[in-house]
Ligand binder design. Structure first.
Ligand code: C5P
Length: 235
């Protein structure tokens, strides 16, 4: 048991509302927080967020916004108005853009209930990919993650998305200032699928996670409710 609150979030990685409804119905009370990503949001729009709210669920809208501050402020306001509890932006959009997202989220949800999370370095990128994209040499991924996390903190963001393997370094620098949302979670002995760096729920919690993203470890399990109960038991 970990004394800090760690909240598991199940990713609705499906292309239709019907698919999302099937997952939510199957998990029932075992899951209270869902992630709506680009695929489902692009297919169904914000109505899927409203539907989840109607079911009494919290919603993480993972749109990874990156635009001029004014545009991101408006988008964050709109997403928050639909009742999202978490929204992602790219930290590389800069401190002003992050601050604008925070402002927009607070305008859309004056209760302050929509936190902005910064995506630091996508786990699909390695040092070579960053050097090519940003025109720099000698990139060290962890250094860039910490630098971008600093922008999120300066912009007033609630936290960052990072792999469990970077969590300890981020916590070491930022302590409780940034909540960590960690994907790539697998139950002990579970299949890694296409994820290169996976972690168990207990290990991610010990590394300082605030939220865990669970995809196939739950939705692809023979017994998704049992898998979800195992996640809860590990936290
Ligand atoms: O691999 P799994 O099925 O657990 O993936 C769960 C979710 O986590 C997916 O929605 C995936 O897009 C997301 N994700 C990830 N790695 C990241 C960021 C997000 O797997 N670095």
């Amino acid at each position: 048991m970990n004394s800090a609150v760690v909240t598991p979030i199940v990713a609705l990685d499906v292309p239709t509302r019907a698919g999302a409804e099937a997952v939510v119905r199957q998990l029932g009370d075992a899951c209270g927080f869902y992630k709506v990503g680009l695929e489902l949001f692009s297919a169904e729009g914000p109505s899927v967020v409203a539907w989840l709210r109607d079911q009494g669920k919290e919603v993480f809208v993972d749109l990874k916004l990156h635009d001029i501050p004014n545009t991101v402020r408006g988008a964050a306001r709109s997403v928050a108005r639909h009742g999202a509890s978490l929204l992602t932006v790219h930290a590389s959009g800069g401190r002003e853009m992050i601050a604008a997202a925070v402002e927009g989220a607070n305008e859309g949800r004056p209760d302050g209930g929509c936190g902005i999370l910064g995506v630091t370095i996508l786990t699909s990128m390695d040092a070579g990919g960053i050097e090519e994209a940003w025109g720099r040499e000698g990139v060290v991924v962890e250094t860039e993650v910490l630098r971008l996390a600093g922008l999120v903190a300066a912009g007033g963001g609630a936290g960052i998305v990072c792999s469990g393997h970077e969590a300890a370094a981020v916590t070491g620098v930022f302590g409780d200032r940034l909540g960590l949302l960690i994907p790539g979670i697998r139950l002990p002995g579970g299949e890694a699928h296409d994820q290169r760096r996976v972690m168990t729920p207990a290990a991610a919690a010990a590394a300082g996670a605030r939220w865990l993203i669970l995809g196939r470890a739950v939705t692809g399990a023979d017994d998704p409710v049992g898998a979800m109960m195992a996640v809860h038991a590990a936290l």
